[in-house]
Ligand binder design. Structure first.
Ligand SMILES: Cc1cc2nc3c(=O)[nH]c(=O)nc-3n(C[C@H](O)[C@H](O)[C@H](O)COP(=O)(O)O)c2cc1C
Length: 235
């Protein structure tokens, strides 16, 4: 009897924790006050961030721009929820996006995987790893300074299973560029800034973010309020 009760409570505890680790993101805004042309004009790689917190709404908006679903599709399942804000060769969507959280109101420090289908975050780790991530990126300290970083990895086989070597040599990184540029422009429209970071030690980053073997690390995008030079002040 004791065993059955222990099993029941163990199951209930695990279920409750699993629920805690999945976060429904607020709906993104579909209208802004800044034109696309202005975001392109004002985009600049920024390497000096205020430590100010971001809101969950801001994180949601940035993730939607990166890889949000704009046309839901149940089938084929390879599109993982539907067509997205960024184009993808053959709609294979090889990218996985994580958020490294250091200072977000309403979101604990740690690492979260973005789930575009349904617009969710799934917590994968609950410690602030910004210092370790900066160290893995050749000590680029602004990664530690920024309240969040997006981290991109790719499952190459999703694309290479259809496009073979061309998928590896070209399409995955083209996909990445489309998504990352969306982020560059979206953050400018929100009075925020980023700097895309491709210089890092793959093995160290892999260990810090704890990505599965099938994923290749590609890009880090620290995001926050720029210390100076922002045209679109939202605060
Ligand atoms: C693929 C790629 C990798 C980059 N990696 C880094 C990096 O590791 N560290 C950094 O400070 N900037 C990095 N940058 C930003 C460039 O230095 C920056 O885009 C360039 O100097 C032009 O400046 P702008 O973005 O302000 O126009 C990277 C940019 C790209 C496109």
């Amino acid at each position: 009897m004791k065993l059955i009760i222990a099993f029941f409570f163990g199951f209930a505890y695990c279920f409750a924790n699993a629920q805690d680790d999945i976060i429904k993101l607020p709906e993104p805004k579909l209208k802004g006050s800044v034109s696309v042309e202005e975001t392109m004009l004002n985009r600049r790689s920024v390497r000096d961030f205020k430590s100010d917190a971001l809101s969950l709404e801001q994180v949601s908006q940035i993730l939607w721009a990166a890889y949000g679903v704009t046309k839901e599709m149940n089938s084929p399942s390879t599109v993982r929820g539907g067509l997205k804000t960024a184009p993808s060769a053959g709609a294979r969507y090889p990218l996985e996006i994580y958020v490294v959280v250091g200072n977000v109101n309403g979101l604990g420090k740690g690492i979260y995987r973005f789930l575009p289908e349904g617009h969710f975050l799934m917590k994968t780790y609950d410690q602030d790893i910004r210092k370790e991530l900066a160290e893995a990126a050749l000590d680029q300290e602004f990664i530690e300074q920024a309240p969040i970083s997006l981290f991109y990895s790719a499952v190459y086989s999703r694309t290479t299973s259809k496009y073979r070597q061309r998928g590896r040599d070209r399409y995955v990184c083209m996909d990445l560029g489309h998504s990352a540029e969306n982020v560059c422009l979206q953050v400018v429209a929100m009075g925020l800034a980023t700097c895309p970071v491709g210089a890092f030690e793959d093995r160290m980053v892999r260990n810090v973010i704890m990505i599965p073997d099938k994923e290749e690390p590609l890009y880090i995008m620290p995001i926050g309020y720029p210390v100076k030079g922002s045209l679109f002040k939202s605060k």
